[in-house]
Write a protein that binds this ligand. Structure first.
Ligand SMILES: O=C(O)CCC(=O)C(=O)O
Ligand SMILES: [Fe+2]
Length: 188
């Protein structure tokens, strides 16, 4: 993928850092409530990582959204699942999309999964023509603020370079908007 995007060696090394990644192990206890199919172990989301490598057991439950439809990711013994995350979407200028996914809980079996999340190096600035330059730490802080203030993650939209269509209403208060546009939503 890095080749496909034409990334040079320095970009490859800095966008896919081995030192900032982490592993998470999940246990989703089964939920035999008979309350039907809508027991979510993890709600709809995209990962903030560059990519996430997942190992799920044979219980299943991971679902990915594709063109508005939910597709069950069937567990296949001995295989890993690679999810693209928000940072990959930014790096690739939206050529690769961050995977929208969720986890359904089983009524009968506990489920175990292990995820390895890969991030850009600490302090690395992500540059692309669709997004303002930003560091992953800024993205993470923005996500945390959105979750706290709004109750959900806004994600990459915060950093998207908007077309100049609003210029008609521009009241010239935006002179130094280049790097602050993402937080303007919170400034009333
Ligand atoms: O448990 C899984 O299969 C997925 C976990 C997940 O989506 C996440 O940790 O972001
Ligand atoms: Fe995820």
């Amino acid at each position: 993928m890095a080749e496909d995007l034409g990334l040079d060696q320095e970009q490859k090394d800095s966008y896919l850092s081995e030192s900032t990644g982490f592993v998470r192990v999940y246990r989703y206890p089964c939920c035999p409530t008979g309350s039907g199919n809508n027991n979510w172990g993890m709600d709809v989301h995209t990962d903030s990582s560059v990519l996430t490598i997942l190992c799920q057991d044979l219980v299943g439950g991971l679902e990915v959204s594709r063109e508005g439809e939910w597709i069950r990711v069937r567990p296949i013994p001995g295989t890993l699942i690679v999810n693209l995350g928000d940072m990959m979407q930014a790096i690739s200028n939206d050529e690769y999309k961050s995977a929208i996914h969720r986890v359904r809980i089983s009524e009968r079996h506990d489920r175990i999964s292990i995820g390895y999340f890969v991030f850009p190096g600490e302090g690395v600035v992500i540059r692309s023509s669709n997004y303002q330059p930003f560091k992953y730490s800024e993205f993470r802080a923005q996500v945390q603020m959105d979750v706290k203030m709004l109750g959900f993650k806004v994600g990459l939209e915060r950093f998207k370079i908007k077309p100049n269509s609003d210029d008609n209403n521009n009241n010239n208060n935006n002179n130094n908007n280049n790097s602050k546009g993402i937080s303007s939503h919170f400034q009333g």
